[in-house]
Design a protein around this ligand. Structure first.
Ligand SMILES: *Cc1c(COP(=O)(O)O)cnc(C)c1O
Length: 458
């Protein structure tokens, strides 16, 4: 807010003027990045199912202007580079068949694809390239990581998750406990916000670890809570849990590509994330994971216990087919099957865009401004009598997303008005709208427009 206010003074504009949004967009160092994305039109996102081609063809009845897309927390927009790289792989497949595994027109031999992806992904999460792998989708990777890292023994049998964890994470934790012969009622421990509060206090998490840490085998929280948008203090929680002897894994579904992460330096044991939210790899995109280098040695407990397949075998001798597993170096040894090239290609195209933007540093700087601007406009132009923002207002405790709760009588009207106006957000029952301005492709004008639609309908 200090930065926004300083710019308002400098430009002689009021923070609440529409012209302020235009001025912010004009001086945005990342403004050219928006052109790297396919922006759906208003007509395309408001059309009834099946009646729009969805292909970007122009629309005679109007609505050909870009929609206001504030839903990158759920599915990021398509980078043009994603389509280009997928097309190139289809051409390789058509033109070379199996030869493409080794000889490739763009120098991306399929056999080494995972390594290219890992090299571009690692800086986004603050990892060494050999600490990152790509495979499957998120929940499957949660299971594979827990197979390696969840080792109930003696008193230490529990998995700690949030009481309001994403259901898939909840089911994964419960079923892992059951799979290991435990009872989810006692071995899945839930961290719950205080009565009347929406978000978890870091101090409460630390207290819970101090009181019960010796009974917890794995702490598995989310980096950014999907519903409230709260960002957890990952370095502090990681250190406190490890001091109690717990293994610490993070679900980074809503944090990867959103926050500036430093998984290696924080000493995180493992992490998993999907890439179709802030990382824009497309619907059902391939998942990624992190295993800290301290777990890479063949003798490390996680390495002993992991579930393996041929793609985790050293590339140099994989095709000797000896049935003697020789682990690849690092996280690669935790991969199981050969890399699905088409989803990995879309991800690779997207990661090129992150690299061109200069990585998470500049993106996070813009993101903090965009989200502060959204918060300001909601508070000033809609007002706390009509809505409540449950996301923390401290910028260190949130990413791009604000979760806005409306009374039941307003909620349906607001969401319908946004949808009709071509403002794409998402609703979470019973009465929460998640709004996520994404620094790669959103503008200050997008934020302004969204708030004006809400203001008008109320
Ligand atoms: C989006 C999301 C998922 C989705 O899981 P998939 O296995 O990719 O379908 C899981 N957990 C969290 C916390 C999420 O936000």
């Amino acid at each position: 807010m200090d930065t926004l206010e300083a710019i308002a003074r400098e430009t002689g504009l009021g923070l609440d003027d529409a012209a302020f949004a235009a001025a912010m967009d004009a001086r945005d160092p990342l403004r050219a990045m928006r052109d790297e994305f396919a922006l759906p039109t208003v007509a395309q996102v408001t059309a009834d199912g099946g009646s729009s081609s969805g292909s970007g063809s122009s629309d005679e009845a109007g609505g050909s202007e870009p929609c206001t897309y504030l839903c990158g927390n759920s599915l990021g927009l398509m980078p043009l580079a994603a389509r280009r790289v997928v097309d190139e792989e289809m051409d390789m497949w058509a033109g070379r068949g199996v030869v493409g595994h080794h000889r490739h027109a763009q120098g991306r031999a399929w056999i080494a694809y995972r390594t290219r992806v890992a090299e571009l992904m690692a800086p986004l999460v603050g990892a060494q390239a050999d600490e990152v792998g790509v495979m499957n989708t998120l929940t499957v990777n949660v299971h594979l990581m827990l197979a390696a890292f969840y080792r109930p023994q003696g008193r230490r049998t529990r998995i700690l998750i949030e009481a309001r964890a994403f259901p898939s994470d909840h089911y994964a934790a419960e079923s892992q406990v059951r799979w290991h012969g435990g009872d989810p009622a006692s071995d899945v421990m839930l961290a719950t916000p205080r009565p009347g509060e929406d978000t978890l206090r870091t101090d409460d998490v630390l207290q819970l670890l101090a009181d019960h840490g010796d009974t917890i085998a794995v702490v598995m929280l989310s980096g950014v809570q999907y519903y409230t948008g709260q960002a957890f203090d990952m370095p502090r929680i990681t250190a406190a849990a490890q001091a109690q002897g717990c293994v610490v894994g993070w679900d980074l579904a809503h944090a990867a590509g959103n926050l500036d992460l430093a998984l290696h330096d924080w000493g995180v044991d493992f992490a998993c994330w999907c890439t179709y939210k802030y990382i824009n790899s497309g619907p059902g995109g391939i998942g990624a994971f992190f295993v800290h280098s301290r777990h890479h040695d063949a003798g490390a407990a996680a390495a002993e216990r992991r579930l393996t397949g041929w793609w985790g075998h050293r590339a140099e001798t994989r095709f000797e087919m000896t049935n003697r597993f020789e682990p690849a170096v690092g996280a690669a040894a935790f991969e199981v099957s050969n890399t699905p090239i088409l989803p990995a290609a879309a991800l690779l195209g997207s990661l090129e865009v992150f690299a061109r933007a200069g990585g998470m540093g500049p993106l996070r700087a813009k993101s903090e401004l965009l989200t502060a601007y959204l918060e300001h406009l909601l508070n000033e132009r809609v007002g706390p009598k009509r809505m409540r923002i449950i996301t923390p207002s401290d910028p260190t405790q949130r990413g791009a997303q604000l979760s806005v709760v409306f009374s039941e009588s307003y909620f349906a009207r607001v969401f319908a008005a946004l949808s009709a106006a071509g403002v794409v957000c998402d609703e979470r029952k019973p009465n929460c709208i998640r709004i996520a301005p994404v620094p790669l492709y959103n503008t200050y004008a997008d934020v302004w427009r969204c708030v004006e639609v809400i203001r008008d309908v109320l």
